[in-house]
Design a protein around this ligand. Structure first.
Ligand code: G16
Length: 543
């Protein structure tokens, strides 16, 4: 068989982070770089001989070329079948669904998520396991270990495979099946939500703007929202995936989805606004003049999910990542269901979902999902909101106000300090870590520290322990500040400061978040000495 075994050498730094390996595109395009990582992944999961893999990406620059390399390497390593999205396109939740539905052995997703794309921007590759979810740490550790000792990789000598035409073909001894990226995902959504009800909502004049941010959800949103649900043409904007996402950051938050925010805060705003990210797993929700934080969105979905057919039996339990606000905890407590707190990273929800202990989960970083797949799912969250809006017949703002009146409001904001010198960022975290045991009882900015610790998680299913998962400062009166270093950046270190303040007084539920969070911010800055240690005063991004 025309197959090459190529001699190679380890390349430093092929360590998967929170969400696979993410680097500058130029790094991925260096000779042997992608090949080394793909071979390390195959070796790290025990080989792909006889296996079926799902392959697809968010359409960013280098997507097509990288897929060709992956297919040639899968064939040379003995894989039986690769299921590939037409044109190389598959959203992350669609990959998760295909892995599960087709009983595949895993999948490779080409994306750097919400990071920008292009020759000078970012690229990424992540491996999802047979449950459809991101590889757990014991697997990513093996991949990293292999990347440090790799000596050869295998690749077929022959040229490309047609990935643009639907149907089945072969590459050497491997079957390549090109599938419609949307069809099976849309079918799943139809089984979870009441499409008739949502169609009725649109037929009654309900208006919406969905911003696909030039990224992967465009085809999905056109087909589902405008095609199946009858939303008027033009509801989906920026709906054609482009290799550099129209030159923007496909990151659904008020900063990068500013056009959508502007549209939703105008007098003629549509009833509902939403956006998704590069690979379709994140979401942003905004009503008329009413931005909903991801943490609040999770709480609202937890409170109302039973209005959608897929969740009409109620929820078994919920989970949130540690830095996510505790709004969902309050709803879960009222409903009498368990609420789990896990480290940042979707992979930590996997065991709880597989064990049937949680139905919904979510993160402050705009990820929300359920047990329907093993990834966060942007369009799913939008459809669940639509189903709730269709049943509740209330506006987004009224739904949120009702929720706050019932459970209190967790004011919340995240401050990001980007591209900080890594040594300085680590020194700041080390210094804060070093004094945690002395902080209890200290008063600062009118708040008293009740507990200061570094979050560690013991997985209740497999007993594994994840430590060093963020520094928490809990204050009297329901305030909390969390410090964490990002695991997804590609340049320097990003310090994330997460601020939260609970408010239950009914006359204080409509404050500006900056006002409600001023004391906890000052306390966090004082205790961490962030400005002195890093030279940074104001954050680069506030969401
Ligand atoms: C990835 C993970 C998310 C996680 C996020 C954290 O998101 O999939 O579960 O919340 O990283 O990012 P950071 O470490 O920068 O705070 P994505 O959407 O980039 O895959």
């Amino acid at each position: 068989m025309p197959m090459q075994t190529v001699r190679t050498r380890p390349i430093e730094g092929q360590k998967p982070g929170t969400s696979g390996l993410r680097k500058k595109t130029a790094v991925f395009r260096r000779p042997h770089y992608l090949e080394n990582y793909v071979q390390s992944t195959f070796d790290g999961i025990g080989g792909v001989q006889g296996k079926t893999l799902v392959v697809g990406g968010d359409g960013r620059f280098f997507n097509d070329d990288a897929i060709q390399i992956i297919l040639r390497m899968a064939a040379a390593n003995g894989a039986t079948r690769c299921i590939v999205g037409q044109g190389g396109i598959l959203s992350t939740p669609a990959v998760s669904n295909l892995i599960r539905k087709r009983n595949a052995d895993g999948g490779l997703i080409l994306s750097a998520s919400h990071n920008p794309g292009g020759p000078d921007a970012d690229f990424g590759l992540k491996y999802n396991g047979p449950n459809g979810g991101p590889a757990p740490e014991n697997v990513t550790d093996k991949i990293f270990a292999r990347s440090k000792e790799i000596e050869i990789y295998k690749i077929t000598a022959s040229g490309g495979v047609d990935i643009d035409t639907l149907g089945t073909r072969s590459h050497q001894d491997m079957v390549v099946e090109i599938v419609d990226p949307v069809a099976e995902y849309a079918e799943m959504m139809q089984a979870i939500f009441d499409f008739d009800k949502i169609r009725g909502l649109f037929a009654g004049g309900f208006t919406m703007r969905f911003d696909a941010m030039h990224a992967v959800t465009g085809p999905y949103a056109h087909a589902i929202l405008e095609g199946m649900l009858g939303a008027p043409k033009g509801t989906v904007v920026n709906g054609v995936p482009s290799p550099d996402f129209g030159g923007g950051h496909p990151d659904p938050n008020p900063i990068w989805a500013k056009d959508l925010m502007d549209a939703m805060y105008r007098p003629d705003a549509p009833d509902f606004g939403a956006a998704s990210d590069g690979d379709g797993d994140r979401n942003m929700i905004v009503g008329q003049g009413a931005y909903v934080t991801p943490s609040d969105s999770l709480a609202l979905l937890c409170a109302k999910a039973h209005l959608a057919p897929g969740y009409k039996q109620g929820l078994v339990g919920v989970a949130r990542s540690m830095p996510t606000s505790r709004a969902v905890d309050r709803v879960a407590q009222r409903l009498g269901i368990a609420c789990h707190e896990t480290p940042t990273g979707w992979k930590f929800f996997g065991n709880l979902l597989d064990a049937g202990q949680v139905t919904l989960c979510g993160e402050e970083s705009a990820g929300t999902g359920s047990d329907h797949v093993r990834e966060k799912d942007g369009l799913w969250a939008v459809l669940l909101w639509l189903n709730i809006l269709a049943e509740a017949k209330q506006s987004v703002a009224d739904l949120m106000t009702d929720l706050w009146q019932t459970d209190g409001r967790c004011y919340y904001s995240r401050h990001d300090y980007e591209d900080v010198d890594s040594n300085k960022a680590n020194a700041m975290m080390d210094a804060l870590r070093g004094k945690l045991s002395t902080l209890g009882g200290s008063a600062v900015a009118g708040l008293t520290v009740e507990q200061a610790d570094e979050f560690a998680y013991d997985d209740p299913i497999d007993g594994s322990r994840a430590s060093g998962q963020g520094i928490r400062l809990m204050f009297s009166g329901g305030a909390r500040a969390v410090f964490r270093l990002s695991g997804t950046g590609t340049q320097g270190a990003t310090i994330r400061l997460y601020l939260e303040q609970l408010e239950t007084a009914s006359d204080k539920l409509q404050l500006q978040p900056e006002e409600a969070l001023a004391d906890v911010r000052q306390a966090a800055m004082t205790l961490s000495e962030l400005s002195v240690m890093t030279g940074r005063v104001d954050p680069d991004v506030i969401t």
